[in-house]
Design a protein. Structure first.
Length: 118
């Protein structure tokens, strides 16, 4: 099983980006999905998560600016980021809880860099 994230890049403050993360491999079922970020010198933190039923949870620092969604048929999770600020600069990682074979476990993407210039 692999998770491939894409959509990061360089954007000016106030701009927008859309991140995608697609899972591939021998996947029987999906559960919670989420996005985390890690800025230089800081710990990885939760940005947003979405359950299989579609319930979403956002960190306070992105509420009203970011939107998480998922497409289970494509085994993909998205993060639309609006009104980006320099403090949003970080490597963004996707996370999925997946059933592969007989075991549920958490999988991580390699990360995609988001850089917001002032």
């Amino acid at each position: 099983v692999q998770l491939q994230a894409s959509g990061g890049g360089l954007v000016q403050a106030g701009g927008s980006l859309r991140l995608s993360c697609a899972a591939s491999g021998s996947i029987v079922s999906t559960d919670d999905m989420g996005w985390y970020r890690q800025a230089p010198g800081k710990q990885r933190e939760l940005v947003a998560s979405i359950t299989k039923s579609g319930f979403t949870n956002y960190a306070d620092f992105v509420k009203g600016r970011f939107t998480i969604s998922r497409d289970d048929a494509k085994k993909t999770v998205y993060l639309v980021m609006n009104k980006l600020q320099p403090e949003d600069t970080a490597v963004y990682y996707c996370n999925m809880r997946l059933l592969s074979g007989l075991m549920w476990r958490d999988y991580w993407g390699k990360g995609t860099q988001v850089t917001v210039s002032s």
